[in-house]
Design a protein around this ligand. Structure first.
Ligand code: CDP
Ligand code: CDP
Length: 214
């Protein structure tokens, strides 16, 4: 049997992971899983219910009972959900409860593209392709600001930059599955690349790995 082909995309907030992973999945004909959505959903449900975000046991129980329908909530893409996600993502109970779902998704033929923080390091250490997408904090904050402005929302660049730095610090410093590039990941700095440039670079990385495997 052909081994499922797995592409792991990790990196800090607003690096362009989701944009790249979506385009890559379409090009490769693979399903895509946005793993940030899992943590966003848990954070949002806890906040809605007035639960203590620091209660790892409770958050872990919620993660273990997550209903896939919950991932379709309309309010998960914004900054508030991102912040809530990074707070519940520190709990080992939450991370452990989500491992099987993510691995099952990746292991289903023909494979998958997954993006997050720990895909190449923890969830799919055997992935054939690992890309660590990054960009300077300033560039990432500028992208988020422009994205919100395009939606007609006026936001302060300096405030977005603070949020980006705060999330980087929390994601990188946690004890369980911190944000870091896997030893065998290719680092793709998109600071000076547009979306098409990032996609072309990623496709070249995939082609090189495929050639090496064959
Ligand atoms: O998923 P992640 O938070 O890493 O980033 P994203 O939501 O995919 O991208 C953040 C913003 O950067 C979006 O508005 C993208 O259009 C833009 N962008 C990008 O994704 N890649 C580039 N190379 C340049 C800009
Ligand atoms: O798009 P952006 O990078 O802003 O956020 P995201 O990928 O949706 O992730 C939101 C938060 O969930 C991150 O800041 C992490 O704290 C957490 N997360 C994680 O810990 N592990 C993952 N595999 C994915 C997300």
């Amino acid at each position: 049997p052909i081994r499922p082909f797995v592409v792991a995309i990790d990196g800090p907030a607003a690096a362009g992971k989701g944009t790249l992973a979506t385009a890559l999945a379409a090009h490769l004909g693979l399903p895509y899983l946005d793993t940030g959505l899992l943590y966003r959903t848990i954070g949002k449900i806890m906040a809605d219910r007035g639960w203590d975000l620091d209660d790892g046991e409770l958050a872990g129980q919620l993660a273990g009972a997550l209903d896939p329908e919950d991932l379709k909530r309309p309010d998960l893409r914004g900054r508030e959900a991102g912040e809530l996600a990074s707070r519940v993502a520190v709990h080992p109970q939450v991370r452990a409860a989500l491992v099987d779902f993510q691995r099952g998704f990746a292991a289903t033929p023909p494979g998958a593209v997954l993006d997050g923080r720990d895909i190449g390091t923890v969830i799919c250490p055997e992935a054939q392709v690992k890309i660590f997408v990054t960009a300077s904090a300033e560039v990432r904050a500028r992208r988020r600001t422009d994205e919100l402005a395009a939606k007609g929302r006026s936001v302060d660049y300096a405030r977005i930059l603070d949020e980006v730095r705060e999330r980087d610090a929390r994601d990188s410093s946690r004890a369980t599955a911190p944000l870091k590039a896997a030893d065998d990941a290719v680092v793709l700095d998109t600071s000076t690349l547009d979306r098409d440039g990032a996609l072309a670079a990623a496709l070249a990385i995939v082609a090189a790995k495929r050639a090496a495997v064959a």
